[in-house]
Design a binder for this molecule. Structure first.
Ligand code: 9YT
Length: 130
């Protein structure tokens, strides 16, 4: 059984901080669960262009407000606490945190990330970078 606390991840190599987001990776590929689980902060006012070509991702918001734009359909969905979205079609999208608030979310990736991934020029993570 694995039991971990966010406090024990903060500041370690599994705490990946970028300009727009801070991803604390709680469960990783090496844990052999078949998925990874991250506690992620999208920083106030951030606008992230993403396209997870190699992964499926589900995201559950626990704090904050923002929106997600589906770049295929042009639809914009409002996001707030207790909302989940799933990129079941490897959907190309833009994620925005509203001004004045960050968003906090639980992200699940299949296949799992290895730990240090940051976005490439398409907003994707590579496969098996670790
Ligand atoms: C929601 C999202 O994709 N945010 C970017 C960071 C990523 N989810 C991660 O690695 O935690």
């Amino acid at each position: 059984m694995l039991v971990r606390k966010l406090e024990d991840i903060k500041g370690t190599e599994n705490d990946v901080d970028t300009d727009g987001w801070n991803s604390r990776r709680l469960i990783l590929k090496k844990d052999n669960m078949g998925y990874s689980v991250h506690d992620t902060i999208i920083k106030e006012g951030a606008e992230l262009h993403m396209w997870y070509k190699n992964h499926l991702e589900a995201v559950y918001l626990t704090e904050g407000k923002g929106e997600i734009e589906d770049l295929k359909t042009g639809e914009i969905h409002q996001l707030e606490k207790d909302t989940i979205y799933a990129l079941d079609q490897h959907d190309k999208h833009i994620l925005r945190a509203n001004k004045g608030t960050h968003m906090r979310m639980v992200c699940v990736f299949n296949p799992p990330v290895t730990g240090r991934e940051v976005h490439d020029e398409d907003g994707a993570y590579g496969l098996d970078e670790g």
